[in-house]
Design a protein around this ligand. Structure first.
Ligand SMILES: *[C@@H]1O[C@H](CO)[C@@H](O)[C@H](O)[C@H]1NC(C)=O
Ligand SMILES: *[C@@H]1O[C@H](CO)[C@@H](O)[C@H](O)[C@H]1NC(C)=O
Ligand SMILES: *[C@@H]1O[C@H](CO)[C@@H](O)[C@H](O)[C@H]1NC(C)=O
Ligand SMILES: *[C@@H]1O[C@H](CO)[C@@H](O)[C@H](O)[C@H]1NC(C)=O
Ligand SMILES: *[C@@H]1O[C@H](CO)[C@@H](O)[C@H](O)[C@H]1NC(C)=O
Length: 418
């Protein structure tokens, strides 16, 4: 779809509840979206200007510490300095981008920006929780902000020596990348921060759960350290054909990159693969966590619940492309998925410092896109945007343990289906 068409679609619907159909398109074309959102400035619909572009920094001691992307290049991050009252506060966002599960898929991945810093964009736009504009990001706009690039293929949690396979060497060093990046940021001012927030989306949301307590441990003198995981609560559910598709996939990732050894307590009690799922990880996290996730996470519905390989007759294709097109049996399966998610986070109610925002919109990754993070049009629960809810939780302005009613009850995300 052309940017212009998207723009038209957006303009037509401006003033009405933004639809999940539109959002789905927008998330597919996230680069288009930036154009879209910023182009609203002309007619004053959104109080945004072009997002700031932030340069890539490569980690300096990558060779010495063995902190390497899949292809052996140094890892990188984008750093935007804080200002005014945000000078001493730090927000670290971990990039997502699924996983590779075998030599072949990691080998293919190493020829992309998710496996090599040679191929990473030198500048990326900072939007949503990374925006530097108070209108777009009311609580964190002036903080020091870092987007850590994902290039290890296993949510920053593997650590094995590069193995020569099929003529190419692959490095599985996510754990070292995490440490090397944090080491560099500590020297740039993170060590003397007053407030800090670790966040990330999708595979980066999983990395946020995995590294939350590590982050806290690195910052003994920081007064407030919290973590917010976005779209990272992957569920170990059976798919529509009865297969444990995501379990088998995660099992391959875990064994390829020897991820189990970073969960020493967990693997003494159960299989290493299970230890890689947030439902187990959160049991041992001591740092306050905010769980931001849709109960109908579009990525999980497409890739965990109804992966194409389990739907050879394409009976689910309409439903996975647009939740409005799910039939009643499919909606029952989706409701079951939602119920499993809610069961798994039910203990959070008792954790005083934790928070939740379990939306019912058909989305994935809500903190990094302006439209889902904080706009007048999209997705509120109790009339609060996600940005306001996360801010209220971080700054202890109120307790935020929000679970939206089930689809399609929330008009701020219901699609009109057209
Ligand atoms: C970012 O990189 C560009 C060149 O790619 C350079 O001109 C610019 O000065 C850099 N900005 C900062 C803040 O370092
Ligand atoms: C190994 O290399 C051969 C030839 O280059 C290729 O056909 C095959 O798919 C590769 N196997 C893996 C596991 O990468
Ligand atoms: C948590 O989710 C898993 C699937 O990921 C499910 O098998 C299990 O029953 C759930 N646990 C609770 C306590 O709800
Ligand atoms: C999917 O939608 C198309 C167009 O609306 C329809 O023709 C088709 O029958 C649907 N497929 C299924 C499996 O329901
Ligand atoms: C919802 O919040 C907005 C500002 O964020 C406010 O203008 C509006 O009046 C609120 N609506 C309700 C029904 O409280």
């Amino acid at each position: 779809m052309e940017h212009q068409q998207l723009h038209q679609l957006w303009t037509q619907r401006r003033g009405r509840a933004t639809t999940s159909t539109l959002l789905g398109l927008v998330l597919l074309f996230s680069s288009a979206m930036i154009v879209l959102v910023s182009s609203q400035t002309q007619d004053g619909a959104l109080n945004s200007s072009d997002p700031i572009l932030v340069n890539l920094t490569l980690v300096k001691n990558a060779k010495e510490t063995g902190a390497l992307c899949l292809d052996g290049t140094p890892p990188g991050y984008h750093f935007l300095k804080g200002f005014d009252s945000g000078t001493d506060n730090w927000l670290i966002h971990i990039e997502g981008g699924a996983w590779c599960s075998d030599v072949q898929s990691c080998n293919e991945r190493k020829d992309t920006a998710l496996g090599s810093s040679k191929l990473m964009e030198h500048q990326v736009p900072f939007t949503g929780i990374l925006s530097n504009l108070p209108s777009d990001n009311p609580d964190f706009f002036n903080w020091n902000k870092v987007k850590v690039r994902y290039c290890d293929g296993a949510s920053f949690s593997g650590d094995v020596k590069g193995a020569k396979k099929n003529g190419t060497t692959l490095y599985y060093r996510g754990e070292r990348i995490w440490k090397a990046v944090m080491e560099e940021l500590l020297h740039k001012g993170l060590a003397t921060a007053k407030k800090a927030l670790l966040t990330g989306c999708s595979a980066g949301g999983l990395a946020t759960y995995i590294h939350c307590d590590d982050f806290k441990a690195l910052l003994p003198n920081v007064e407030t350290v919290k973590c917010m995981a976005d779209g990272g609560f992957f569920l170990d559910v059976k798919d529509i054909s009865g297969k444990r598709y995501i379990h088998d996939f995660f099992s391959d990732v875990v064994h390829l990159q020897d991820v189990g050894k970073r969960f020493p307590n967990c693997i003494s009690k159960m299989d290493a693969t299970k230890c890689f799922f947030p439902e187990e990880i959160i049991k041992s996290i001591n740092t306050p966590v905010f769980i931001l996730n849709s109960a109908y996470d579009s990525w999980q519905i497409r890739n965990v619940l109804a992966p194409p390989s389990s739907d050879p007759s394409n009976l689910w294709t309409n439903c996975t492309s647009n939740i409005n097109k799910c039939n009643s049996n499919q909606m029952k399966v989706l409701e079951g998925f939602r119920a499993t998610l809610l069961d798994n986070i039910s203990d959070v109610k008792q954790k005083k410092d934790w928070g939740t925002f379990i939306a019912s919109c058909f989305v994935h990754c809500q903190s990094i896109y302006q439209i889902t993070w904080h706009t007048p049009y999209y997705q509120r629960i109790n009339n609060k945007t996600i940005a306001e809810s996360v801010g209220d939780w971080y700054f202890d302005r109120r307790e935020v343990k929000v679970v939206d009613c089930s689809y399609p009850c929330n008009p701020t995300c219901v699609s009109d289906g057209s």
